[in-house]
Design a protein around this ligand. Structure first.
Ligand code: ACO
Length: 427
């Protein structure tokens, strides 16, 4: 019997099966041979929310949730946050290696070349209500982009995929900035391709009358935040991009699905929820009462806990450091005092210790974004701009993976047995 195998005895039939184990996993489809008789469909696994299912093989991001390790293509997140630019990280995620100077110059040029959007996108955005949520606008606008680039359907052509990836990276900040301006009733500012990626994005948002004095500390802080968000292996939005992309739809539609997933308060919407929570608490004196409420199961401590990290989220550590640099420029965010005290109390509380609940990436990011001048409902848009390189790299990897097919989970049917239709007058 091979040592890298699993023996299973089916007590229903007395039969013994030997399944190969590779990379610490068995293939779920290997279980299908385990049957009680010829009519039996075969054994399945029941795994709601994919708590223990590897849905793909991936070489992009490594996480060790117990040790608090996060690496993109092998590079520790701490080093990338210290030394890399966002476009270098986007290249690294997509191509597997850091770019050399020539590669980075071409990559940067290609992205700059595509920053403008068709002016009909402006008309499209103007169709939203004045109070439309920026994430609703973003997912609609990115989905709409697929109609502007029908060639994006050619997902089997690597050259075509490259152009669509470049288009998305180039145009997302432009659309995200338009959405910001629209929500404030400001005229749109168009891309300035003499500026770098982050400088251009910030300029499109904050420039008034064509003038904007960039604050380099805040720009670098924003770049670090985007780098920290750039990928996080098979999270909810990335799984959405992979799953929707597995139908071979164009990447604009697949990314739009990722934006929809990110919108939710349990995922990217959490940083918005953190600020609302801090507002609700209002004062450090109210923290014990709030924590007691959470422990009674009446609500969650937003920005705490993670499906994968069961120790301090390494991104949260870096964000806390970045917060100090930002607040040195902008002055303290008054909510910081509440957040710090909330963290201190939670980390000493048995409820949070026993459940291994630590601050995640969203706990402090909202405070920084607010200090930088972004409205609360815009935070998740910044997350989307940061996460886009990850979605695109994972989409590309999924398409190239010969093991992948259209995503299509199974179910355990719990409904009624066959029954006859009842005419309406007899119901
Ligand atoms: N506050 C209070 N209790 C919590 C929290 C929290 N933030 N998170 C988990 N718990 C408790 C649960 O009530 C549960 O307790 P129980 O065992 O007594 O029932 C236990 O901890 C395990 O929680 P699960 O919901 O099973 O953990 P899961 O891995 O499914 O959830 C999640 C992870 C969604 C992130 C969760 O911790 C949460 O809701 N956090 C708040 C929202 C948030 O900050 N989301 C951002 C995540 S990071 C990101 O998406 C970028």
């Amino acid at each position: 019997m091979a040592s890298d195998s699993l023996s299973i005895t089916d007590n229903r039939t007395g039969k013994v099966y030997e399944l190969p184990v590779s990379d610490g996993t068995i293939k779920a489809t290997d279980l299908r041979q385990i049957k009680t008789g010829p009519e039996d469909f075969g054994l399945m696994t029941y795994d709601p929310a994919y708590m223990n299912t590897a849905a793909c093989r991936s070489a992009i991001t490594f996480i060790d949730g117990d040790k608090g390790i996060l690496r993109y293509r092998g590079y520790p997140i701490e080093q990338l946050a210290d030394k890399a630019s966002f476009l270098e990280v986007a290249y690294l995620l997509a191509e597997g290696e850091l770019p050399n100077q020539e590669q980075l110059a071409k990559w940067t040029h290609d992205i700059k070349f595509h920053t403008y959007v068709h002016t009909n996108i402006i008309k499209f955005l103007e169709g939203f209500r004045y109070d439309a949520h920026p994430m609703g606008m973003l997912l609609g606008a990115i989905g709409a982009l697929s109609t502007f680039y029908p060639d994006a359907k050619q997902i089997k052509d690597p050259g075509n995929r490259y152009i669509q990836r470049v288009r998305l990276l180039a145009k997302l900040p432009t659309i995200a900035a338009f959405i910001f301006r629209q929500s404030r009733g400001l005229p749109y500012d168009f891309p300035d391709n003499d500026l770098d990626y982050i400088g251009n994005y910030v300029n499109m948002m904050f420039s008034i009358g064509g003038k904007h004095r960039p604050n380099k500390v805040l720009q670098r802080a924003l770049e670090i935040l985007l780098i920290l968000h750039a990928d996080h292996e098979q999270n909810c939005s990335t799984s959405a991009v992979r799953s929707v992309g597995s139908s071979h739809v164009d990447p604009f539609s697949a990314v739009s699905a990722g934006i929809a997933a990110l919108y939710g308060p349990l995922h990217g919407g959490a940083n918005e929820a953190v600020l609302e929570m801090l507002d609700e608490i209002g004062d450090v004196k109210q923290i014990p009462a709030f924590v007691a409420k959470v422990k009674r199961g009446e609500g969650r401590l937003m920005g705490f806990g993670h499906r994968v990290y069961k120790s301090y989220d390494p991104r949260a550590k870096l964000i806390k450091r970045t917060a100090d640099e930002v607040f040195a420029e902008t002055g303290l965010n008054p909510k910081l005092e509440i957040a710090l005290e909330l963290e201190r109390i939670a980390l000493e509380d048995e409820y949070f210790i026993s459940r291994k609940l630590y601050p995640n990436v969203d706990f402090y990011s909202g405070l920084i974004y607010q200090a930088m001048g972004y409205p609360t409902d815009y935070f998740t848009v910044l997350f989307a701009v940061g996460r886009l390189p990850g979605w695109l790299a994972q989409w590309e990897e999924m398409l190239k993976d010969a093991d992948q097919k259209i995503a299509r989970p199974r179910q355990i049917y719990t409904g009624a047995d066959e029954r006859d239709f009842i005419p309406i007058e007899k119901r």
